[in-house]
Design a protein around this ligand. Structure first.
Ligand SMILES: Nc1nc2c(ncn2[C@@H]2O[C@H](COP(=O)(O)OP(=O)(O)OP(=O)(O)O)[C@@H](O)[C@H]2O)c(=O)[nH]1
Ligand SMILES: [Mg+2]
Length: 321
């Protein structure tokens, strides 16, 4: 217990070694740290969390690196969490993240962490969510989380972000409909990166149309997403991207009730995702199940109960069937 108290204080003081150790324990699915994560969650919530997502190779890490540089100039300390669901720890993308962030490695004001393993307490989204809780409690000026926007897990992680940047490229912008379902809904700022490639203006125009279509009836409290063009390789457009993010944060300072609604919706997303993970873990094939599970199974096999009613009964909701 003492140990957890010491670790708690160290994380709150922003000590990187303590945080790195704790995040590794989260990755390993060590249940003993759960109470610590709970305490840290209660202490957090003050740091702007910016999510950056988009297809593989769109330039997310390069853009993140530029943003980090800009924020450092502005005097903010920054934490970066790169979530990589596909590659193992030695994988190319992860190595790439390190290389591209290389110039910040010696900077005490920047803390960079990659995550590729799932952890046992839940899936990757759960482990990454817990890692964000740790970073949030450390007192950074900004937190940036990078994730490849290819699956449900990645969208779930973005529930932890107050601002979401969706990165596309001229090639990918070929067809905005190709954007993963749900992306258009969660984006606060849309970026067409690789503006040096042909088709960038067309991609921007397409995105602007889609955003305008979705927001044509927006009231003053609703944020209308910005759409802009960047060239992360030389840094063009990054100042405008930062300005759009600041405007997004300022907007919700002006409309605290809209912010509260938005936060509630995100918390709902996180809670539902956790429920899903807990159930998946608890009832996975091969896991030790409670006695009443065996009884429910008997009933389903013997066709005394249908699977749906039996599942509800296991959740203690039998009366609702
Ligand atoms: N031409 C051009 N290339 C760019 C630009 N920005 C990034 N790149 C290049 O695109 C490649 C991928 O960049 P990353 O920043 O690793 O992209 P990512 O989206 O983080 O990639 P993953 O994390 O693997 O999904 C690298 O070779 C970059 O140098 C740009 O503005 N123009
Ligand atoms: Mg990357």
């Amino acid at each position: 217990m003492d140990d957890l108290d010491t670790l708690y204080e160290a994380v709150r003081r922003g000590e990187r070694r303590a945080a790195a150790r704790l995040i590794s324990q989260i990755e390993a699915g060590e249940r003993a740290v759960a109470p610590l994560v709970r305490r840290l969650y209660q202490a957090g919530g003050a740091t702007p969390v910016i999510g950056i997502t988009g297809p593989p190779g769109a330039g997310k890490s390069t853009l993140a690196d530029r943003l980090v540089g800009l924020w450092r100039q502005q005097g903010h300390s920054v934490a970066v969490l790169a979530v990589d669901p596909s590659s193992p720890l030695t994988g190319g993308a992860l190595l790439g993240d390190r290389v591209r962030m290389g110039r910040h490695n010696a900077d005490r004001g920047v803390f960079i962490r990659s995550m590729a393993s799932r952890g046992c307490l839940g899936g990757l989204a759960g482990a990454a969510g817990d890692a964000l809780i740790v970073l949030d409690a450390m007192g950074f000026g900004r937190i940036l989380v990078e994730t490849v926007g290819t699956g449900q897990n990645e969208i779930d992680i973005l529930h932890h972000a107050g601002s979401v940047v969706i990165v596309q490229t001229p090639a990918g912008g070929d067809d905005v409909q190709a954007m993963k379902a749900g992306m258009l809904e969660i984006g606060d700022v849309f970026v067409v990166n690789k503006a040096d490639l042909p088709g960038a203006d067309r991609a921007v125009a397409q995105l602007r149309d889609s955003v305008a279509f979705r927001h044509h009836m927006a009231g003053p409290e609703l944020w209308v997403p910005s759409v802009l063009k960047t060239q992360a390789s030389d840094g063009s457009g990054v100042v405008a991207l930062d300005a759009a993010l600041s405007a997004h944060i300022a907007h919700f300072k002006d409309f605290p009730q809209a912010w509260a609604r938005r936060q509630r919706l995100r918390a709902e997303g996180i809670l539902v995702e956790r429920l899903r993970e807990i159930l998946r873990e608890r009832y996975r094939l091969g896991a030790a199940k409670p006695q009443r599970f065996a009884c429910a199974l008997d009933d389903v096999v013997a066709r005394r109960a249908d699977p749906y009613s039996a599942a509800l009964a296991l959740l203690g909701e039998g009366g609702l069937a």
